[in-house]
Design a protein around this ligand. Structure first.
Ligand SMILES: Nc1ncnc2c1ncn2[C@@H]1O[C@H](COP(=O)(O)OP(=O)(O)OP(=O)(O)O)[C@@H](O)[C@H]1O
Ligand SMILES: [Mg+2]
Length: 480
């Protein structure tokens, strides 16, 4: 059992008995006890007397003792916890269904405690089931749930597992525009909402400075309309962390690419927005009970640095609809020539928004005939789509523009040695550029006879070849 599991476990007991979650002092007491530290250290940290800490601790031990039918105190707390284990989290949170149970803890006591504890289980479950309060929800910035939602069950299951079972603290859902990031997260909320006290969706579309975002989040979590925040960003961050330690918040920040810079390699911040990096770092590294989702065209740099084996920070690269699901979409949109659908879906990478856009074009110009649309070369891309592709292209650094353009001409698959020759870049420059393009999900690679070959995703390749000037496709001098 890890400390976080213990905190969660005791939090459920305390919530069950008092209707309140553990406050930060109670958590500090549990942490200190777990780590064998003295109450005086907690008192010092919390600027209070040792006597006060002792009183708070004594109440806590009483609540836990009642629940476990065993006298619990400071010196036997850790040993008692280690005798128990929270069984498989999929039982705890009922991963498959819509109504997850908060605090539905299944105790697995050792032999000496089984009869009493087993008898208590149904009471705990029933009480939690009946008493689980609905989370406070602020979805002002979120998209509406649409009537038609094409199957994303595999992706939803993965996300639920990461959030509920692996207790991830920060997930970045990254993917190209229109792939369905906002839609899938909007559909995820009802499936996990009962694990949270607060659910907040904020868009960074207008690039709000960090202090505006922090103020907004702290006010919503504190349930007040106006709050006086300290001027210093670190103090504001500490205040948020304090809140999200006490409450279980699900916070979605959408359109995160708007605080990231254009014209540079992936993940750098716009000038003045670098302090968002501290927020993401703190969320990923410090223990708390909340969970952040970042929706973005590209992941901020910290995410790659913070991703580790214990999976508290993860990256979820969202790809298109499967062919089967995309076919359903084309059918519902009344398109013809089923034998050509696979070609269309592959070209548009199963991107639901792009398929919707091209579907409209095909209906307007070719009475729904996919075969006719595909027969006119070069393939026509609507203004709406070229606009989106242009926005992605404009975000690239000069070297990325050069390399992706060179990758788009001539042979479909190109090796590193061919690229080095063509681009005249130094190998570190080329490697850095390829990694950045790959993280943006603009290029694919295959292995051929132990050699990796790169290719540009089809719509992008087509766009670069046919819709932008050829400034970048001829070899240009090394500009670094
Ligand atoms: N699974 C789906 N079923 C039905 N429609 C979908 C699905 N996924 C996405 N869409 C539709 O595709 C469009 C784009 O989806 P969405 O806004 O979620 O993309 P996004 O990845 O958030 O794009 P952006 O990065 O531009 O914000 C929307 O109109 C949405 O309704
Ligand atoms: Mg979106």
């Amino acid at each position: 059992m890890t400390l976080n599991e213990v905190l969660r476990f005791v939090d459920d007991i305390v919530f069950d008995k008092t209707g309140k979650h553990l406050d930060s002092l109670q958590k500090a007491i549990l942490r200190a006890t777990w780590q064998g530290e003295k109450y005086s250290k907690v008192a010092q940290e919390y600027n209070c007397t040792k006597f006060h800490v002792g009183n708070v601790a004594s109440n806590l031990w009483q609540l836990i003792s009642q629940e476990l039918n065993e006298k619990i105190h400071k010196s036997n707390f850790r040993a008692a916890m280690e005798r128990y284990q929270i069984s498989n989290f999929s039982n705890v949170f009922n991963l498959g269904g819509n109504n997850c149970l908060k605090g539905n803890i299944n105790l697995c006591p050792d032999n000496t405690h089984s009869p009493e504890t087993k008898q208590k289980l149904p009471t705990t479950q029933t009480a939690n089931q009946n008493n689980t309060p609905l989370p406070k929800v602020d979805l002002r910035d979120a998209p509406d749930i649409k009537k038609i939602f094409y199957d994303r069950s595999t992706e939803l299951t993965t996300l639920k597992t990461w959030i509920v079972k692996h207790r991830c603290r920060l997930i970045t859902v990254s993917g190209i525009s229109g792939i369905g990031k906002s839609t899938i997260i909007r559909h995820l909320i009802p499936e996990i909402e009962s694990n949270f006290d607060h659910i907040i969706w904020r868009t960074l579309r207008t690039s709000p400075p960090l202090n505006v975002t922090l103020k907004n989040l702290i006010e919503i979590i504190s349930n007040v309309t106006e709050i006086n925040l300290p001027n210093n960003t670190d103090a504001q961050l500490s205040m948020l962390i304090e809140k999200i330690r006490d409450m279980r918040c699900l916070i979605i920040l959408d359109d995160v690419q708007q605080i990231l810079n254009t014209g540079q390699l992936i993940g750098n911040y716009k000038p003045g927005y670098e302090n968002y990096g501290n927020l993401f770092k703190i969320i990923g590294e410090l223990p708390h009970n909340s969970f952040f989702i970042l929706n973005s065209w590209e992941a901020p740099l910290e995410i790659f640095n913070l991703m580790d084996d214990d999976s508290s920070v993860s990256l979820f690269q969202l790809t298109g609809l499967t062919e089967k699901v995309a076919r359903e979409m084309l059918k519902n949109r009344g398109l013809l020539d089923e034998e050509k659908w696979q070609e269309l879906i592959n070209f548009y990478q199963g991107n639901p928004q792009w398929l919707k856009l091209v579907g409209e074009t095909i209906k307007k110009l070719f009475a729904g005939s996919v075969a006719q649309y595909l027969s006119y070369k070069p393939l026509f891309l609507s203004d709406e789509l070229t606009n989106i592709l242009q926005q992605h292209f404009q975000r690239l650094s000069e070297l990325e523009k050069q390399v992706i353009s060179q990758l788009s001409e001539g042979e479909k698959y190109v090796s590193i040695s061919q690229l080095l020759e063509k681009s005249q870049l130094s190998s570190p420059e080329l490697f850095q550029t390829l990694l950045s393009l790959e993280r943006r999900d603009l290029i694919d690679k295959i292995t051929d006879k132990n050699e990796i070959l790169f290719t540009v995703k089809p719509v992008f390749r087509h766009y670069i070849k046919n819709y932008i000037s050829h400034k970048y496709t001829t070899t240009i001098p090394n500009i670094l």
